[in-house]
Design a protein around this ligand. Structure first.
Ligand SMILES: [Fe+2]
Ligand SMILES: [Fe+2]
Length: 203
């Protein structure tokens, strides 16, 4: 069972241990750097789940598994086709946009993860309209975990412990602005997620 060093930032939870059934699969499928990222996501997801009264085991396992297909590149396309998953126009031909849905499907079939957390894995890159608490936990854990750089990451991580919707809305604002400044296509599910969260947090 792997154990990673704790980060210096006191707002970050201690790294979780990797579940025995998941560890060999991760070591076979992703790099050491991404394994460290996945543990960071799992650690923050577990802490956020505990704070917000969600299933901590599900959150940790979803965090560990969320990037299972992240390093497959174009090799993921046949598997996506087998599952009837098409690359949307807004993905601009980038097969990376398939890695969440593929990991969510494998998490259900191979690891028995429940549908709420598998759906959260599936949408962790972009978010979606009507994000659930589980979606928000994995989205925020992925984008605000140890190792993520950005001027607002630490503040949004802190906010996530108080208000998942508000933190995710602000996180999506940052990510959408990054897409605009890079001249990239907007991810339509992120725009829908942002509009929905903006309305929800205004009430
Ligand atoms: Fe990812
Ligand atoms: Fe990730």
């Amino acid at each position: 069972m792997a154990r990673f060093e704790r980060d210096d930032d006191s707002m970050l939870p201690s790294p979780v241990d990797i579940d025995d059934d998941i560890e060999p699969v991760l070591r076979d499928r992703i790099s050491a750097k991404r394994l460290k990222h996945s543990v960071a996501v799992a650690s923050l997801a577990e802490a956020l789940a505990i704070r917000h009264g969600l299933d901590a085991d599900g959150a940790r396992r979803a965090g560990l598994l969320h990037d299972l297909w992240r390093e497959e590149g174009y090799a993921c396309i046949p598997e996506a086709e087998r599952r009837g998953l098409a690359l949307p126009d807004w993905a601009d031909g980038n097969p990376v946009m398939l890695h969440g849905p593929l990991a969510g499907a494998e998490a259900a079939e191979r690891f028995g993860l429940g549908p709420a957390w598998c759906n959260a894995i599936a949408v962790h890159t972009t978010g979606r309209n009507g994000m659930t608490a589980e979606d928000l936990v994995i989205y925020l854990a992925d984008h605000a975990c140890a190792g993520r750089k950005g001027p607002n990451v630490a503040a949004l991580r802190e906010l996530a412990f108080k208000d998942l919707e508000l933190a995710a809305c602000q996180m999506i604002d940052d990510l959408v602005l990054n897409l605009v400044s890079a001249g990239a296509l907007l991810w339509l599910p992120s725009a829908e997620a942002r509009n929905d969260l903006l309305l929800r947090t205004r009430l």
